[in-house]
Design a protein around this ligand. Structure first.
Ligand code: LLP
Length: 420
């Protein structure tokens, strides 16, 4: 094993690099299926598992998820289109997110009018409730909605990912719920009030904030159900972390499932929500993704400085959040790195090729490297190419899937002619 790279995966990455050139994103498809199965095992039916498309919306990948027991959440008309291309049935796709404009509201109502309504729309404010109600009323349809409540907790995560903290821009404080229902036309208007949507934040380092939010969601549902006959759903969002470093460095999915079970056990059966949902993104796609780049420069300093041809344009997480990803060498002086690492390992800083000093991928112990050697950054399948940019005139990287033996081109490299 080279870190988490098995010899056959390393070989696949070298073959992919020869085939498409670098940088490229390689997805270990059996690992993706195993990670999706792990989410399903922790949150089995009747939990609704809605994959958060924002983590990686590539239809060639996400098309595998409906058969693995997942619906999806989309945050824009664009993501609704990606969900459709991937084959998620509309009734298993929720629309949420703080960026809904008229195009999104019209898409919700169009789906309802065509007899294939979305699972629900999660509303972020009284204005949004009023706007959707207007469009729905005009079209003569009723739409299922949740209300996104800001749980106002202290999420155990990076400041930039703590969306459930007090004064965040996401959702409403719990006490505004009646005003949102009113603005949306009341209990019998064009919106069918189905429940509460929460999202504490991403990549949680502990389960306590998630527990507080889940408990708040259950309380709100029980409280409001009397006046809203269909108020039966709690969507607990995500927060499920992946280990970017040592395995076991973050709470497992089972710890979150246990919290939910404990909180549900604490209330009367008839007060429990009839539908429960989660929205994992990275837990499904992060670990199977590998960003593969080629060495451009080696500077023998302390630590050794290496610049590769993959960087913040393909994986912005280190620059944006100080995220640390595993880094391994796939070749050393042009030869495949043998199991165990090969050659003398020295502390190496790996930087990207973009004209920004924050374009740094991280540090790792790596064997001797020369220009042309291949390096891979692990756990890059979520918020990697999904957040890619063409800064510095860099086309989007190709995406390759490895099925355990063969390679499949999932998306070709972006065209230079499509650059601004
Ligand atoms: N549900 C909601 C309402 C969300 O806002 C998010 C992520 C998710 C689910 C999925 O979260 P996940 O399971 O993937 O952690 N670019 C950042 C992450 C931003 C997350 C935004 N919302 C990163 O690279 O870590």
């Amino acid at each position: 094993m080279l870190g988490d790279v098995t010899p056959s995966l390393a070989d696949a990455a070298r073959r992919a690099a020869r085939r498409t050139g670098t940088p490229l994103l390689l997805t270990d498809l059996p690992r993706l299926a195993a990670d999706a199965a792990a989410v399903r095992a922790a949150f089995p039916d009747p939990w609704l598992r809605l994959y958060a498309l924002k983590a990686n919306g590539l239809p060639a990948l996400t098309a595998r998820l409906p058969a693995l027991g997942f619906g999806a959440t989309a945050v824009s008309a664009g993501e609704l289109a990606l969900a459709a291309r991937a084959g998620f049935p509309p009734g298993q796709v929720a629309l949420e997110g703080i960026g809904k404009g008229e195009a999104e509201l019209r898409a919700v109502v169009r789906a309802a009018r065509m007899g294939s309504p979305l699972l629900w729309t999660s509303l972020e404010s009284a204005e949004e409730a009023a706007a959707l109600a207007r469009v729905a009323e005009r079209a003569g349809v009723r739409c299922d909605v949740l209300v996104r409540v800001n749980p106002e907790v202290a999420p155990e995560t990076h400041r930039g990912l703590a969306v459930g903290a007090v004064a965040s821009k996401f959702g409403i404080p719990a006490e505004e719920l009646p005003a949102v229902v009113e603005a949306g036309g009341g209990p019998d208007g064009p919106l069918r009030w189905r429940g509460i949507h929460l999202h504490v934040g991403s990549q949680l380092g502990a389960v306590d904030a998630w527990r507080s939010a889940f408990r708040l969601g259950l309380r709100l549902l029980a409280l409001r159900r009397a006046g809203l006959p269909d108020f039966d759903t709690l969507d607990a969002g995500s927060g499920f972390p992946v280990a970017y470093g040592e395995p076991g460095s973050v709470p497992p999915l089972s710890a979150f499932a246990a919290v939910a079970a404990e909180e549900l056990a604490g209330i009367a059966p008839d007060a429990r929500p009839r539908r429960l949902a989660i929205e994992p993104g990275r837990a499904v796609v992060a670990a199977s993704g590998w960003l593969v780049g080629r060495v451009l420069h080696v500077r023998e300093r302390d630590p050794r400085l290496v610049v590769i041809d993959a960087g913040m344009t393909e994986l912005i997480r280190p620059a944006l959040y100080g995220a640390e990803h595993p880094i391994v060498a796939l070749t050393s002086r042009g030869a495949p790195v043998p199991e165990g690492g090969g050659g003398e390992q020295v502390r190496t800083r790996v930087d990207g090729p973009v004209c920004e000093s924050t374009d740094r991928l991280g540090e790792a112990l790596l064997p001797p490297l020369v220009r042309g050697d291949l390096v891979a950054i692990g756990v890059a399948g979520a918020y990697g190419t999904a957040m890619a940019s063409t800064y510095n005139g860099r086309p989007r990287p190709p995406e390759v899937g490895w099925d355990g033996s063969g390679l499949h081109l999932l998306r070709a490299r972006g065209r230079r002619s499509a650059l601004p």
